[in-house]
Design a protein. Structure first.
Length: 282
């Protein structure tokens, strides 16, 4: 996959969802669980096509200078769209209001773009995402801060880039129940990393995935990029309306070279589908 670039960092995204549990006859190996997680992500690319959600995203900037503390509240739509002739898909954000003030012309435009120009829409939604990224606080221009980024790391086309290891098993609270999950650690190891600077410099990531071993479902993810003192953590939950597992909350932290710290919390709701089928080409 060709990496995307922005002022500092860009990465495309994947999502995950629920599938019928696989009941193994014996204890699975790490390879078994990674294979299930990879196939789970691929299947979910089909399930989440043309799904849109509301995002309420609060950011806080703390500066060591006289600027002090700044806060911002963004209300957005976020869409998850499969790329045509591919098992990969991306998440796109369109900011509708900033601190309660509507963004001119933004209401419903993401859905309009997806409906009205289904065969040539990818450049347009990328432009919307880039435009929306300018509302983030701080000097780190980013549009990779969507909740599904870490799922790309376990996609079958990208697993070879990472070194995986099982850290432990634990009982986790997942939506309304508790279940056994594997905590799997990953470290990106190959050149040509998925996240890069605009000058092409590799930005390797590492982190952990909480995976249900029976069906490969990802219920939590954390990844960090040390080069930019960045950490993004996401929790997932079951949406009864869509009968899918979807992002519920994203928490992030960044620190720039001047010591400015940016933290954010995004919450997701009102997941819904389009009424039309959209085919997106690269």
């Amino acid at each position: 996959m060709r990496p995307l670039l922005a002022t500092v960092l860009v990465v495309s995204s994947l999502c995950a969802a629920a599938a019928a549990p696989v009941r193994p006859t014996s204890a699975p190996s790490l390879r078994d669980v990674l294979d299930r997680a990879g196939q789970y992500v691929v299947r979910y690319g089909e399930s989440l096509t043309t799904v849109v959600a509301d995002e309420d995203y609060t950011q806080r900037l703390v500066s060591p200078s006289s600027d002090g503390v700044r806060e911002r509240a963004l209300h957005s739509e976020i869409a998850f769209v499969k790329l045509a002739d591919s098992t990969e898909w991306q998440g796109f954000r369109d900011v509708l209001s900033v601190d309660g003030a509507p963004v001119q012309g933004a209401g419903g435009r993401l859905e309009r773009v997806l409906r009205d120009a289904p065969l040539a829409v990818l450049p347009q939604v990328r432009l919307l995402a880039a435009e929306s990224a300018r509302y983030n606080l701080g000097s780190l221009h980013r549009d990779f801060n969507v909740p599904t980024t870490a799922l790309q790391f376990v996609h079958p086309e990208h697993q070879h880039r990472f070194r995986f290891s099982k850290r432990r098993e634990e009982t986790a609270q997942v939506s309304d129940s508790r279940e056994n999950v594997w905590v799997i650690e990953f470290h990106e190891r190959s050149h040509g990393t998925l996240i890069r600077t605009t000058s092409g410099k590799d930005v390797p990531v590492h982190g952990q995935l909480w995976i249900a071993p029976g069906d490969g479902r990802i219920v939590r993810s954390v990844f960090a990029a040390e080069a930019f003192k960045t950490e993004v953590a996401v929790t997932w939950g079951h949406d009864r309306h869509l009968a899918l597992w979807v992002p519920v909350e994203m928490r992030e932290r960044y620190e720039d070279p001047d010591g400015v710290e940016i933290t954010g919390t995004a919450r997701y709701s009102n997941y819904r589908r389009f009424d039309v089928t959209v085919r997106i080409v690269r």
